[in-house]
Design a protein around this ligand. Structure first.
Ligand SMILES: *Cc1c(COP(=O)(O)O)cnc(C)c1O
Length: 388
């Protein structure tokens, strides 16, 4: 008997424990985890510092409501603002909730400035923002909207990197531009530099906010603490989740001061958001990511990984068409069906995750080592040879 809902296509495999980049099944098989729970297990499995942080907090206090000051929240919020554009942080439990908060903050900001008509949000094709009614409307992916009735109004979806289309889409009702600077589910699509760099000018001209969805690409994944730092831009609001808890559910919405001011008491909330357990782990994740050399290692190892994959791409163009991405957020666009290569990798003990556009995503724990990457590469080549 299995009473779990049927909304996922699950592999018939059960993992019982993990260590670093490895996952072990209940039958004792070992896999290299390059999916990391879809960019969640930022520091690998069973990280001793995270276990310790959770254990220590679990003996003190699990939950108090947001009716009271929560010290661990203040600490994590301060850490997030001191390494970003933001001044204030709202905590929730997931990526979709964090993105919902960016949308609500943008609309409420304009409302508080006496412009309640500014409600429309411009979004980009190929983006993924979550599975709530608001976030599926935002992403406008027809397969995610089908069967769920009339989508929430107020979203205009346009092509990536098309500045003319963007200018045309802006009007006096536009509240914000919502952008996922490196599209994860969409196939590891990095937005063009010039396009992102031009957003700020348009935003200023049209009195719009810039909302970044860094739920997948944030918290060190790209080799910078936040992906926006690869560009000459400052977001006004930013959603984080996935890697921020290293496996513990956390979401966060980072905001500029004057935007946070619009969310006065009573306008937004979350029962579990920012609970002490989540905050203890989040604080520990941020401390590790902020250590000297951590991010430069992500960048270095990401480049090495990409270079090695590019060599395979040159050698086996009939299997691999293109390598793209930033840091340890890498997309392998396949010449064969992505499932064919993904299944072959799986047979050889490597876990990956597919994305749109016939892409296989590589999202390993950020503390993966050079020698582990070398080992992965030999298994990659073996898998490709087996396909040919
Ligand atoms: C995963 C993801 C979300 C949704 O996160 P959930 O925790 O599943 O709600 C939103 N935006 C991006 C970019 C994501 O990758």
């Amino acid at each position: 008997m299995n009473s779990v809902a049927n909304n996922y296509n699950r592999k018939k495999i059960v993992f019982s424990h993990g260590k670093g980049i490895y996952l072990f099944t209940n039958k004792g098989e070992k896999y290299i985890d390059l999916a990391a729970g879809i960019a969640v297990n930022l520091l690998g499995h069973s990280n001793k510092d995270l276990i310790n942080a959770l254990n220590v907090q679990s003996r003190k206090l699990w939950h108090v409501s947001n009716l009271y000051e929560i010290e661990e929240q203040v600490t994590l919020a301060n850490k997030l603002t001191s390494c970003s554009f933001a001044h204030k942080v709202f905590f929730c439990n997931s990526g979709a909730e964090a993105v919902e908060c960016t949308i609500k903050a943008a609309r409420r900001y304009h409302f508080s400035k006496g412009k309640p008509e500014k409600t429309e949000i411009i979004t980009f094709k190929g983006s993924f923002h979550g599975r709530t009614l608001g976030t599926i409307a935002a992403a406008s992916n027809s397969s995610h909207l089908e069967g769920f009735g009339e989508p929430l109004k107020g979203f205009v979806s346009i092509e990536r990197n098309d500045i003319n289309q963007l200018k045309k889409a802006c009007n006096e009702k536009t509240a914000a531009i919502l952008i996922e600077p490196v599209q994860g589910e969409g196939g590891i699509n990095v937005f063009d530099r010039e396009f992102i760099n031009s957003l700020q000018v348009i935003a200023k001209e049209m009195d719009l906010l810039i909302l970044f969805d860094e739920v997948q690409c944030g918290v060190g994944r790209t080799g910078k603490i936040f992906a926006y730092q690869w560009f000459d831009i400052k977001p006004d609001v930013m959603a984080l989740a996935k890697g921020l808890g290293g496996g513990f559910p956390i979401g966060a919405c980072l905001m500029r001061d004057d935007i946070a001011e619009a969310l006065i008491p009573g306008t937004h909330g979350s029962t579990f958001g920012g609970n002490p357990l989540a905050m203890a782990v989040g604080n520990c994740v941020m401390d590790i990511v902020n250590k000297v050399d951590f991010l430069s290692n992500v960048e270095k190892n990401g480049l090495f990984f990409k270079n090695q994959l590019n060599k395979l791409c040159e050698k086996y163009p009939n299997v691999i068409a293109e390598i793209r991405g930033l840091g340890l957020m890498i997309g392998i666009k396949c010449s064969v069906a992505n499932n064919l290569l993904a299944n072959k990798l799986y047979e050889n003990g490597i876990l990956t995750v597919n994305a749109a556009d016939n892409v296989i995503r590589i999202l390993p724990p950020l503390n993966i080592t050079m020698s582990e990457i070398k080992k992965v590469m030999s298994l990659f080549e073996k898998s490709i040879k087996e396909i040919l």
